[in-house]
Design a protein around this ligand. Structure first.
Ligand SMILES: Cc1cc2nc3c(=O)[nH]c(=O)nc-3n(C[C@H](O)[C@H](O)[C@H](O)COP(=O)(O)OP(=O)(O)OC[C@H]3O[C@@H](n4cnc5c(N)ncnc54)[C@H](O)[C@@H]3O)c2cc1C
Length: 474
């Protein structure tokens, strides 16, 4: 008798994490299982894409995973690569926000984007006295009467005032989703802030309490800091999960797209183009709109729900410079002392953020070089993607030159386009996903996981893939 067969579709981090978990656990439980993973592109990793070239390590997609969500670090430990995990360079621990075209440092002592140190907050030119006073009044703003979801903009404007939202919160939080805080729901994106309000009645009080608790807690395992990466780029994690999955018996095929699915009483049949697959269950780790097309015939209502999860497009443009070329109009060296800057919406710029990669991460450039990465596109800025590659790079470079006050020309340019790449968790997203989950359970042999559902970050995707593997096994 053939062993039960599971097809995992999509070789991004979700699909890979699911495949490894499924095969390893089945082996540990002595349960024969044939796991196959297919990926339509000729490489694995999906949105995770590292280019290594002549001593440069360039991240085309994500450049970090956060340490406070443990799934990514836990996976690295399981894979035996935790010694390759690197933290951001502590010497340059500073991020800037652009205001009126100038780079202003985010005030020190900000815990989860809420100020917890008085002196740097009082002295920052980022906010007017009125805006600072309004933030200071935050503990006196009553809790929300309603319990449901709310837009990021509505929640933070009510608690911190409009300037606090526009200049501190939106560029940093909505920026993670390349989204618009007026549409993103807080329950799906950052439920922690809703809890902070619910439990403490105030974000400031909650942030002070969290700081006091953190001071007493034992130091976290692994490199310090909120943002982590891998020594040779995030593809190291992809390669390592893929190797572990293969080792556990998973068959991985790249350049193989799923074209159609037929759900039968005895299992599932899949059209893979030049061959057919037959088995017991399929786990779709593809973007929601792709999954929608694949199941539209069998489950049109679920497909409709999946199609209603909107996506936005982004681009990263990375420039390598000779450090000596980074000088301002008066011939002084331009400082790269920091991790880069974010650009608030009211500034109406063409870039939404810029990372000084060679300052943020160790070992990403050959000696004497600097690497600067721009982030473009996102909600309200997607028209920039209509431009041709050269033009797009020129736009990004022009913005960086203006903001940083220099005219240097890059020695190398890398451009990565990400059409329909970032799912947008609108108000009510978690409830819709719960309903979606109920509907999916009614279709034997169908499972979904990935960035569209319970978190877009790398740790969320790993957790979602592994949870799907556990569901399939049970
Ligand atoms: C520019 C950018 C920057 C980001 N920055 C960060 C960051 O710093 N930190 C962070 O944590 N997250 C970040 N993210 C988000 C994070 O990278 C993604 O949410 C995550 O990698 C998605 O993983 P996934 O496996 O769910 O989906 P994907 O990576 O999209 O993988 C899905 C895979 O399915 C394949 N596929 C599609 N259709 C088919 C088919 N029919 N048959 C077979 N295969 C198919 C695709 O080719 C793809 O490889 C960023 C994303 C982008 C785009």
């Amino acid at each position: 008798m053939r062993p039960p067969g599971i097809l995992i579709v999509g070789g991004g981090i979700t699909g890979l994490a699911a495949a490894r978990k499924l095969a390893v656990e089945a082996r540990q439980q002595n349960r024969p299982l044939a796991v196959e993973l297919i990926e339509s592109e000729n490489r694995l990793g999906g949105k995770i894409r590292t280019e290594r070239e002549d001593g440069y390590v360039v991240e085309g997609g994500p450049d970090a995973f956060i340490s406070i969500k443990p799934a990514a670090m836990a996976l690295c430990r399981t894979l035996g690569i935790s010694d390759h995990v690197v933290g951001t360079d502590p010497r340059h621990q500073k991020t800037f926000i652009i205001k009126n075209g100038k780079m202003l440092a985010i005030p020190g002592g900000m815990t989860t984007f809420v100020p917890t140190e008085i002196a740097p907050f009082i002295s920052t030119p980022l906010l007017s006295w009125f805006a600072k006073a309004r933030i200071g009044l935050e503990p006196f703003i009553p809790r929300r009467a309603a319990d449901g979801d709310v837009t990021m903009a509505e929640f933070f404007t009510r608690r911190l005032g409009r300037a606090g939202y526009e200049w501190l919160v939106e560029p940093l939080l909505a920026g993670i989703y390349a989204g618009d805080g007026r549409a993103l729901g807080l329950a799906g994106t950052f439920p922690r802030y809703l809890e902070m309000e619910r439990e403490h009645g105030s974000l400031l009080r909650a942030a002070f309490a969290a700081r006091a608790a953190a001071a007493k807690a034992p130091p976290p395992k692994g490199p310090p800091g909120l943002f982590l990466s891998m020594r040779d780029g995030l593809c190291e994690m992809v390669d390592s999960v893929a190797a572990a999955a293969r080792e556990a018996g998973v068959t991985i095929s790249t350049g193989t797209a799923l074209r159609g699915l037929v759900f039968e009483s005895g299992g599932v049949r899949a059209d893979l183009g030049d061959r057919a697959w037959q088995g017991d269950a399929v786990l779709l780790c593809t973007p929601a709109f792709v999954s929608a097309d694949l199941i539209a015939e069998r489950a049109p209502v679920v497909a409709g729900m999946l199609r209603r999860i909107p996506y936005v497009s982004t681009v990263t443009a990375t420039f390598a410079f000779d450090q000596r070329a980074l000088i301002d109009a008066s011939g002084r060296a331009v400082s790269l002392d920091g991790y880069g800057f974010v650009v608030p919406r009211p500034e109406q710029r063409q870039i939404i953020a810029c990372t000084w990669t060679s300052s943020k991460w160790p070992g990403r450039v050959p000696p004497g070089k600097a690497l600067i990465r721009c982030y473009l596109g996102g909600a309200g800025h997607e028209d920039v993607l209509q431009r041709a590659d050269d033009d797009l790079a020129e736009v990004a470079l022009g913005e960086v030159r203006k903001i940083m006050g220099m005219s240097a020309s890059p020695e190398r340019v890398w451009l990565h386009r990400w059409p329909d790449a970032m799912p947008q968790y609108l108000v009510g997203h978690p409830e819709r996903i719960a309903t979606l989950g109920e509907r999916i359970r009614e279709i034997p042999g169908l499972h979904l996981a990935g960035a569209a559902y319970r978190g877009i970050g790398i740790p969320d995707c790993i957790q979602d893939g592994e949870a799907a593997a556990a569901r399939i096994l049970s």
